[in-house]
Design a protein around this ligand. Structure first.
Ligand code: SAM
Length: 279
């Protein structure tokens, strides 16, 4: 077996350094797709990513952070593990950190992480709950759904159809670290239909959240067999294809004038109902 090379420590001061340019480019989806990398900001997200086995290829921090005993005590163990796994450490002046994060008060570290999708399409036989989000467009909504899913014990998140990029900075930030702990993958609508059949074959349910659902969600039982929850797009709701893959369409009753709930809020309500028996 070949040994992993120890990562390097490099001090960079120039905005035009190629490594700095390629990290800045990761703000754009095109560069993230091309390089298979993405960015997470902050000590918490970087530590979560590392603990959950994600590969941090580069950690960037201001050189000055090491002058603070508290920060040094948190950055050094992180850097040591990243280097031992082959990742590099870049130290930069404060103004370069500001430029990289596009924030006046940047987080103390920034990690460049290798993308991966780890969810499976092997239908579970037990009482796992999986969450499908169809064509979700808003990064904040997607991040909040991940956070809720992780908190309530959802085993996998599946992104169906053309969705906002899960590796976007805003999405990863909104997950508050949950992104690194919940397996996810992208699926087509045809794959969703196949998966739904598998859930039924294994004795479970496929529940779509729909404004015109015929079932009041409070009356539904989620305790027998694997459970697949399917949420719709912010503007258009569930497509007819996704609705047809479901064996029941659940409505969350509303009393006010709003025509619908926010996607992440509806996801929280339905996910809690589906996981309540297991919490
Ligand atoms: N105009 C859209 C529509 O016609 O469905 C509203 C979409 S809503 C903002 C986003 C998603 O949240 C919906 O597709 C549905 O999955 C879920 N949702 C929101 N409010 C709901 C409710 N009262 N009952 C069931 N699902 C709801």
């Amino acid at each position: 077996m070949s040994e992993i090379r120890q990562g390097r420590v490099e001090e960079i001061t120039s905005h035009s350094n190629p490594r700095i340019k390629s990290i800045r480019a990761l703000a754009m989806k095109k560069a993230r797709d091309r390089d298979g990398l993405f960015i997470a900001e902050g000590l918490k997200l970087s530590t979560d990513a590392l603990a959950a086995g994600w590969e941090i290829t580069t950690l960037v921090h201001p050189k000055r952070a090491l002058e603070d005993d508290n920060l040094r005590g948190r950055i050094e163990p992180l850097s040591a593990t990243i280097r031992a796994r082959g990742g590099d450490i870049l130290t930069v002046p404060d103004k370069l950190m500001v430029a990289l994060t596009k924030r006046d008060n940047p987080q103390v570290v920034l990690s460049v992480i290798r993308q991966k999708e780890t969810a499976t399409t092997d239908v579970p036989s037990g009482n796992e709950t999986w969450l499908c989000l169809e064509k979700v467009r808003d990064p904040g909504n997607l991040g909040t759904c991940f956070r809720t899913a992780e908190a309530l014990g959802i085993a996998q998140v599946l992104l169906v159809g053309d969705t906002t990029d899960p590796f976007a900075l805003e999405t990863v930030r909104a997950t508050m670290g949950a992104f690194f702990h919940v397996p996810f993958a992208r699926l087509s609508n045809e794959q969703l239909t196949q998966l739904a059949k598998g859930f039924r074959t294994n004795g479970g349910n496929v529940t779509g959240a729909h404004l015109e659902g015929s079932e009041d969600h409070r009356a539904l039982d989620y305790s027998v067999g694997p459970q697949l929850l399917v949420m719709g797009n912010e503007q258009a709701g569930l497509t007819s294809e996704a609705s047809a893959a479901c064996d029941r369409l659940a409505r969350i009753p509303m009393a006010g004038e709003a025509d619908s709930l926010n996607l992440a809020v509806a996801t929280g309500i339905l996910t809690f109902a589906a996981r309540n028996h297991a919490l």
